[in-house]
Design a protein around this ligand. Structure first.
Ligand SMILES: Cc1cc2ncn([C@H]3O[C@H](COP(=O)(O)O)[C@@H](O)[C@H]3O)c2cc1C
Ligand SMILES: O=C(O)c1cccnc1
Length: 358
């Protein structure tokens, strides 16, 4: 059996008993019932994932996957594709938004070259190149099926490596000029929704370029005919190496029972692809923020996820995930450190129930 099939087979559902126990513990804490809102559901989810009422998320690692897209030839981004490589230098020099935000969030950052179109060697950069960028999806498949599987398996390996080094939570990030085009194409096929519904401005294209982006995706889907019931076919024909790699990270983390904190539109589409490969993965996902990209709402709805914050971000790199990480950490600290009604000798609600009112 190959690595992908083996990993898919290892993924199990979360522990519903630990979730119930966590819910009971939360309800015994010194606060009105339900008053910590989404922090409570987050703690319950983490208990199910970690199979414990003492879940851990630290140390947390942001995995940033980088790759290039042949479709950039069609003028679908406001920036040239060389920026992908240039940003890798910036990441390794600690100068990008994700470097700064991860530092504030107390998370480490791993940057993986899974398919930048030139060979690059930089200290600290993880070289896992599957190939030098994708083909232009408007002229044919972006990747072969074998390459899509290789990228998925690379992602699984990267997740396993980070977990072996101690990561208890994995946040996703990406860098790849043109990747909102690939993500929109994937989402429109997997979600069986109109392209207009999911295409946005990405790095900031104008109205005319956005119209072209829509036409490029339409043409790519028309000539490649990706099968909506075969997520690997979709990843190969209209996807990207970093998107497939991140889908692999989700599969690898879920197989090892590690929570995955999503970032924006692209990482959520990668997660949707993983969920279509194995639906159980969904239980391991946490949505961090609501991106400005219109497709992000669509993909979050398909994943059944509610983002924790909305700061009008449209960057990627893992920036929104890093910003939401302290909220996830707060949920864990609440359940570890708050006193119960009994410990603090605080009276229960007047209606006779042990705790306060909802
Ligand atoms: C300097 C710079 C830094 C970035 N960091 C993330 N992205 C983001 O923008 C790209 C997607 O948008 P599009 O599909 O329009 O190209 C991805 O690389 C994404 O990570 C960046 C883009 C730029 C220009
Ligand atoms: O939502 C995102 O992740 C995003 C949006 C625009 C550009 N890059 C990333």
């Amino acid at each position: 059996m190959n690595k992908l099939q083996e990993t898919i087979r290892l993924i199990e559902g979360v522990d519903t008993r630990a979730e119930k126990q966590m819910e009971q513990h939360i309800n015994s804490l010194t606060k009105p019932l339900g008053s910590l809102g989404s922090l409570e559901s987050l703690a319950i989810k983490l208990a199910g994932i970690g199979r414990s009422t003492q879940p851990e998320i630290d140390p947390a690692t942001v995995i940033v996957m980088a790759a290039d897209h042949g479709v950039t030839k069609e003028g679908v981004s406001a920036f040239p594709s060389e920026v992908t490589k240039q940003m890798l230098h910036n990441f390794m020099n600690e100068g990008a938004a994700i470097n700064v935000l991860a530092q504030v969030a107390n998370a480490s950052v791993e940057v993986v070259d899974i398919g930048v179109k030139e060979n690059i060697e930089l200290p600290g950069l993880i070289n896992k190149k599957v190939r030098l960028g994708t083909n232009n999806m408007m002229a044919g498949p972006a990747l072969t099926r074998e390459e899509a599987i290789a990228a998925l398996e690379t992602g699984i390996e990267v997740a396993e490596g980070a977990i072996q080094k101690g990561a208890k939570l994995i946040a996703l990030g990406e860098m790849g000029i043109g990747n909102t085009t690939a993500s929109s194409a994937i989402l429109s096929v997997l979600g069986q929704t109109s392209i207009e519904n999911v295409v946005g401005v990405g790095t900031g294209i104008n109205h005319e370029d956005k119209e072209r982006k829509i036409q490029v995706i339409k043409q790519a889907i028309k000539i490649n005919q990706p099968n909506p019931h075969d997520p690997i076919d979709v990843l190969g024909k209209v996807g990207g190496l970093e998107i497939a790699g991140l889908a692999g990270v989700v599969l690898g983390a879920a197989a090892t029972r590690i929570p995955v904190l999503l970032d924006g539109f692209i990482t959520s589409v990668a997660a949707l692809t993983a969920v279509r490969i194995n639906p159980v993965c969904e239980q391991y996902l946490i949505a961090s923020h609501q991106s400005v990209e219109p497709g992000h709402i669509v993909v979050n709805q398909l994943l059944g996820l509610q983002p924790l914050i909305d700061l009008n971000l449209r960057l990627g790199e893992g920036s929104g995930a890093a910003l939401a990480l302290p909220i996830v950490r707060s949920a864990v600290h609440i359940v570890h450190n708050m006193a119960t009604f009994e410990e603090a000798k605080i009276s229960g609600a007047k209606d006779g129930s042990l705790k306060g009112n909802t």
